[in-house]
Design a binder for this molecule. Structure first.
Ligand SMILES: *[C@@H]1O[C@H](CO)[C@@H](O)[C@H](O)[C@H]1NC(C)=O
Ligand SMILES: *[C@@H]1O[C@H](CO)[C@@H](O)[C@H](O)[C@H]1NC(C)=O
Ligand SMILES: *[C@@H]1O[C@H](CO)[C@@H](O)[C@H](O)[C@H]1NC(C)=O
Ligand SMILES: *[C@@H]1O[C@H](CO)[C@@H](O)[C@H](O)[C@H]1NC(C)=O
Ligand SMILES: *[C@@H]1O[C@H](CO)[C@@H](O)[C@H](O)[C@H]1NC(C)=O
Ligand SMILES: *[C@@H]1O[C@H](CO)[C@@H](O)[C@H](O)[C@H]1NC(C)=O
Ligand SMILES: *[C@@H]1O[C@H](CO)[C@@H](O)[C@H](O)[C@H]1NC(C)=O
Length: 631
């Protein structure tokens, strides 16, 4: 019975190491709610949160839901919520539903938009008000009084474009209905042209780009996946696209693309690795890192494919702009004449040209990832959201930190440096399978805010204190948030030690050689000396904790060594039947990037058969839960 368990567990370990043979795809460490500081509070019951806004004080966030605004204070474990009062609904009661929340350029002010009864509403609210009142103003009035608006769906991307006294709201509509596309509300309402083709599109991101200089050239880019109309057996279900419209576009003249985009262009995105015959076509989410010079702005796209794999590809706005600037249009020779620049007065476009514009808006060339490279990351995890810490942009660091949520509630923290990625850790804030709706990082305190339908969770992802085993442990982590200050792994400062590019822990030796040696000897003496007396023929197991999934763990006894797989949280050595040959010192060692460490040391001695308190069956009883758990 026991042997069956053992061999099954060995089999399962080998299978899992076969699937994830490439270590760069395996999270180096796993942090559960016990290892990283996790605080949780229930969300108000008015529905899934629409937006999480970071407060100006640390440990505070504001959650705006469909009808409530709630301030959370994690330091004092307090929250206080209120129903939003719409100035529009003050006189007569009305049923409203907030669908869009955007910060405005004014301090502490948010713009809210949604449905009030059959109509759309738009107003602004000061978050610091005790009784949150959303007031319509001259700027929001054009959106507020929209006739024939759309019913904005939950989770649709939106952006607010403010210029002078004017405010425009861009919001997408996903699905397969007529309204599918980009909508603009404001002084000039513009929407998608009515096409007869029934297309199914799902929008995952909107990005406004102000090119500087001539404001008529400002654009809004949209990222989406479209159901493939090609129904051949081996064709992909989804195709990824980027689309753009000019903010100066007010639609065509009367009866000819009136109130419809005349500037819209679409281009396919490519994400894959032709050498390995892999490609990814289901665009799941995007995250953008804005740069000072707009062509350097990067878009990180999260993709899936039909074989259960995920990938991340990075695009630059320079490449996207160039594709739209130079690619011929698809299936249409006439389109050569179509202008690529935004025009000042779209109502003045000739009807010939409008005819050409109606024929096609898709360009032939695909937008390829930056430097035309393979995906940054591709593995067998099922990721659902991507978030990029862009605070490095201000510090001119070469690396980026990405957060990817997994379908079951895990979060991967991934380092991107040069052309490499490295999965620093997997955080597990939930002890059950959880569906994560959103993640938001406070880049200063390194606290990650995670929402599910019912909970708001704050998790410390700058948990440098988890690297307790000296300088090497801190450096091998390659965590850009952490550094070694000589005595401890702490939040990265200017003079703390780290090597994100190489994870080369020999840098530990230089500044403080003496300290390091004394530390090692100390560790050795504290871990040695542990001695166990075992009765003859008894069974026993030795275990030592596995922290890094990138290290090789092994038990050494005399000349012999036995390796463990790093997929489990313990490295186990079994003694089936104690005899004289098995007496002696056993050492558990780990090896990672050339750095070896003794983790524990045990001396086994054989005693008289009758003396042993550790009888065989008792030990097996301890062992069984472990084996069953690993299956
Ligand atoms: C692991 O993956 C990385 C990046 O995809 C690649 O560069 C490396 O060659 C792979 N290693 C092995 C052993 O397959
Ligand atoms: C909101 O209120 C705060 C504090 O009362 C104030 O400092 C801020 O300017 C207000 N914002 C707007 C847009 O009125
Ligand atoms: C991945 O997760 C998504 C969303 O939770 C789900 O719809 C999809 O079926 C999952 N894919 C696989 C291969 O498990
Ligand atoms: C963007 O495209 C326009 C043509 O539409 C071109 O004139 C311009 O140089 C491009 N900008 C960059 C930075 O490549
Ligand atoms: C593309 O190449 C440039 C210059 O060599 C480099 O700085 C950049 O990091 C590369 N980008 C990616 C995603 O590899
Ligand atoms: C999971 O976590 C919740 C909240 O922290 C706790 O109440 C519950 O007992 C935990 N369940 C298990 C099985 O540990
Ligand atoms: C390292 O940081 C810890 C915690 O902040 C501090 O107690 C210690 O003195 C620091 N060590 C050095 C050498 O600065």
């Amino acid at each position: 019975m026991s042997f069956l368990f053992l061999s099954l567990s060995v089999l399962s370990l080998c299978l899992s190491c076969f699937i994830e043979a490439n270590l760069s795809n395996v999270a180096r460490r796993t942090f559960t709610e016990k290892d990283a500081e996790v605080k949780r509070m229930p969300l108000p019951k008015d529905g899934a949160p629409v937006r999480i806004l970071l407060g100006d004080r640390p440990d505070t966030v504001t959650v705006v839901g469909p009808s409530h605004v709630t301030q959370f204070d994690f330091q004092n474990h307090k929250n206080e919520g209120n129903a939003v009062v719409l100035s529009k609904c003050k006189e007569k009661d009305c049923d409203y539903h907030i669908a869009v929340v955007q910060r405005t350029t004014k301090a502490e002010e948010v713009f809210l938009c949604g449905a009030a009864g059959q109509d759309m509403f738009a107003c602004c609210m000061n978050l610091t008000d005790e009784r949150p009142t959303c007031t319509s103003s001259k700027q929001t009035q054009p959106i507020d009084s929209t006739k024939g608006g759309i019913n904005i769906k939950e989770g649709e991307p939106s952006v607010l474009v403010e210029s002078g006294e004017k405010v425009d709201l861009y919001v997408t509509y996903s699905g397969s209905e007529e309204q599918v596309g980009i909508h603009r509300f404001g002084e000039h309402r513009v929407g998608p042209a009515n096409t007869n083709k029934a297309l199914e599109r799902h929008y995952v991101g909107l990005l406004p780009i102000k090119e500087g200089g001539d404001p008529t050239q400002d654009k809004v880019y949209a990222f989406y996946r479209e159901r493939n109309s090609d129904s051949e057996l081996d064709s992909d279900t989804w195709l990824p696209f980027v689309s753009r419209v000019c903010t100066a576009d007010v639609g065509g003249p009367k009866n000819n693309l009136q109130f419809c985009w005349t500037s819209q262009m679409n281009a396919r995105l490519f994400c894959g690795d032709p050498d390995r015959k892999q490609h990814f076509s289901e665009l799941v989410d995007v995250a953008t890192v804005e740069a000072k010079w707009w062509p350097d702005t990067r878009v990180y796209g999260l993709f899936r494919n039909e074989w259960g794999m995920s990938a991340v590809c990075v695009y630059t706005m320079r490449d996207i702009n160039n594709t739209f600037a130079t690619s011929p249009f698809k299936d249409n020779k006439e389109s050569k004449k179509r202008p690529r620049e935004c025009v000042k007065d779209s109502k003045a476009i000739s009807s010939d040209m409008l005819g050409i514009i109606k024929l096609t808006s898709e360009v032939k060339d695909w937008v390829r990832p930056e430097n035309n490279t393979a995906p940054l990351l591709s593995n067998h995890h099922n990721y659902t959201h991507i978030y990029v810490d862009s605070s490095h942009q201000q510090r001119n660091d070469e690396h980026t930190v990405l957060f990817l949520t997994e379908q079951k509630g895990g979060i991967h923290k991934v380092l991107h440096v040069k052309t490499q990625t490295f999965v620093i850790a997997e955080y597990r804030p939930f002890n059950h399978s959880a569906h994560i709706l959103s993640i938001t990082l406070d880049p200063f305190s390194r606290k990650l805010y995670v929402t599910t339908k019912h909970e708001l969770v704050q998790m410390d992802v700058g948990n440098c204190g988890s690297y307790t085993d000296g300088c090497e442990d801190c450096i091998l982590a390659r965590d850009p948030y952490c550094g070694w200050n000589g005595t401890q792994c702490i939040h990265k400062t200017h003079d703390s030690l780290q090597d994100v590019t190489g994870g080369d822990c020999t840098i530990c030796e230089k500044p403080e050689k003496a300290q390091r040696h004394s530390r090692l000897t100390q560790a050795d003496t504290s871990k040695g000396g542990h001695s166990v007396l075992l009765p003859a023929e008894s069974r026993y197991f030795l275990s030592c904790p596995v922290s890094s999934h990138h290290a090789q763990y092994s038990w050494h006894h005399g000349q012999k060594s036995t390796s463990c797989t790093s997929n489990e949280d313990q490295c186990i050595f079994l003694i089936d039947s104690m005899n004289h040959e098995q007496e002696g010192t056993y050492k558990c060692m780990s090896e990672e990037r050339g750095f070896t460490k003794v983790l524990s040391e045990v001396r086994l001695q054989m005693g008289n058969r009758a003396v042993g308190l550790l009888s065989g069956p008792l030990v097996w009883v301890c062992l069984l839960p472990f084996l069953v758990g690993s299956l």
